[in-house]
Design a protein around this ligand. Sequence first.
Ligand SMILES: Cc1cc2nc3c(=O)[nH]c(=O)nc-3n(C[C@H](O)[C@H](O)[C@H](O)COP(=O)(O)OP(=O)(O)OC[C@H]3O[C@@H](n4cnc5c(N)ncnc54)[C@H](O)[C@@H]3O)c2cc1C
Length: 250
Amino acid sequence: MQPEKVDVLVIGAGPAGTVAASIVNQAGYKVKIVEKQEFPRFVIGESLLPRCMEALEEAKFLDAVKARGYQQKNGAKFEKQGKICNYFFNDQFTDGWGWTWQVPRADFDHTLAKTVESQGVPVEYQTGVTAINFHPDGTSTTTVEDKDGNKREIFARFIIDGSGYGRVIPKLFGMERPSNLPPRKAVFTHLVDTKRSMDDEPDRITIIVHDKAVWIWVIPFSTGITSVGYVADPGFFEQFTVHRKRSCGR
Ligand SMILES: Cc1cc2nc3c(=O)[nH]c(=O)nc-3n(C[C@H](O)[C@H](O)[C@H](O)COP(=O)(O)OP(=O)(O)OC[C@H]3O[C@@H](n4cnc5c(N)ncnc54)[C@H](O)[C@@H]3O)c2cc1C
């Protein structure tokens, strides 16, 4: 069977993959995205920076994202031992966006993926890349596998690896290198914050510096849900016992 042929194959339908696919599609190339998971799917990384708006604008995603009514984010509040430092994106020395959004990523990523599909880029879900064979002229044949284990090949002139934490190309070609940054662990949850008042500064992220190398994020969404996470040296968490709330069955 002849492999399917595209100009550009994009691996992963996260923000990197969908923005890249949209831009390449607008340039007139035949693009396709393969995505290992079904959407919507959870991923962490909810508090955007204004620079992201330029990418969303270039991809023509802004109208679709605006329509989701996400929490506007105008800056950040840093707190350390009672001292507060407010940072507003509008206090800048260059032109550019002075605000962005705080987004529940399952909904945000799904919105971007549906929008790129509406622009004419097919997104094939539950289809993971398992192998890539690069030819001497730089083109490639990629093997993908669907959820039922069926394998097939896609020929592409170019590949964009937008697989994020999947790190598909580095893993397949032995290009992974250990980080020279100190390791960090994050423990996070989504709280249904019934007592949150709109005066509680939902229009920014709060970062609390708890201790050396221990910090906490507080990211309010427009849904009333607040994302809270601890980031620390992995050893920090060992002093705590994990209590899980269990429901008792009869
Ligand atoms: C604790 C923590 C907190 C963070 N907080 C923030 C934050 O507040 N703000 C922020 O901007 N960023 C934050 N980040 C970073 C953020 O999570 C990432 O930068 C962002 O998700 C990267 O997007 P992406 O599109 O590159 O990849 P992803 O969102 O990871 O998407 C990649 C996609 O590729 C797919 N994929 C993987 N392997 C394959 C395969 N073999 N074949 C096909 N598809 C595949 C995956 O299923 C996935 O859907 C945080 C990260 C961590 C760890």
